[in-house]
Design a protein around this ligand. Structure first.
Ligand SMILES: N[C@@H](CCC(=O)N[C@@H](CS)C(=O)NCC(=O)O)C(=O)O
Length: 189
């Protein structure tokens, strides 16, 4: 069994994605976890700038959560990572990219990138993916930690309200946020 080591921070939504996937796959991993705002011990030898999350898999260092999710899924045969259908798979990947480009920054800063119109267009695309039952998938593990933190940290932000107004999307995201691997790896802050 290859050695896995994860550096994470208790509040980080990007790290939460990885923890949720690992929980779902039942992966054992040496995890160095720090309180919010601090760097886990040993991280600087792999990332002097303090990137979190950071996964070390043998001699491979991965410091981008979406890539970590894909790497672990491929390494451990997560068959439901993405839909089988190419069109749906591409839409999932596109929605994940949009979450990172336009939604994730607004978890940290209310006035993140993108106009109201651009955010609305992104939510339309994300809503196209967030249909049917919320089951474990890379998209669910990718977006749920952001939705949880938007509600904690930005309950009255433009993007939080825009999501709530799309009731089918909000319902789907609520269900994704309560998936067992997401809930088990969430923190109370
Ligand atoms: N695009 C990165 C973003 C990761 C990120 O911004 N992580 C924050 C913590 S939530 C971070 O490392 N901040 C720098 C620091 O804490 O020094 C990913 O998806 O992994």
């Amino acid at each position: 069994m290859a050695a896995l080591r994860l550096f994470a921070d208790r509040g980080c939504p990007f790290a939460h994605r990885v923890l949720a996937l690992m929980d779902h796959l039942g992966l054992q991993c040496e995890t160095s976890m720090s309180p919010i705002g601090e760097h886990p011990e040993g991280l600087s030898s792999f990332s002097p700038s303090g990137r979190i999350p950071l996964l070390v898999h043998d001699d491979l260092v991965i410091g981008e959560s979406r890539v970590i999710l894909e790497h672990l899924s491929e390494a451990h045969g997560f068959a439901d990572a993405y839909p089988d259908d190419l069109r749906r798979r591409t839409l999932h990947r596109q929605a994940m990219a949009l979450v990172d480009a336009f939604i994730a920054p607004r978890v940290f800063r209310e006035d993140g990138p993108g106009s109201e119109a651009r955010v609305s267009e992104c939510l339309d695309l994300i809503a196209e993916v967030a249909t049917g039952p919320a089951v474990p998938s890379l998209f669910a593990f990718h977006v749920a930690p952001m939705w949880i933190r938007l509600q904690w940290w930005r309950p009255d932000s433009l993007v939080t309200h825009a999501i709530r107004k799309r009731s089918a999307l909000a319902t789907w995201l609520d269900a994704a946020a309560t998936l067992a691997p997401v809930a088990r790896t969430a923190v109370n802050v």
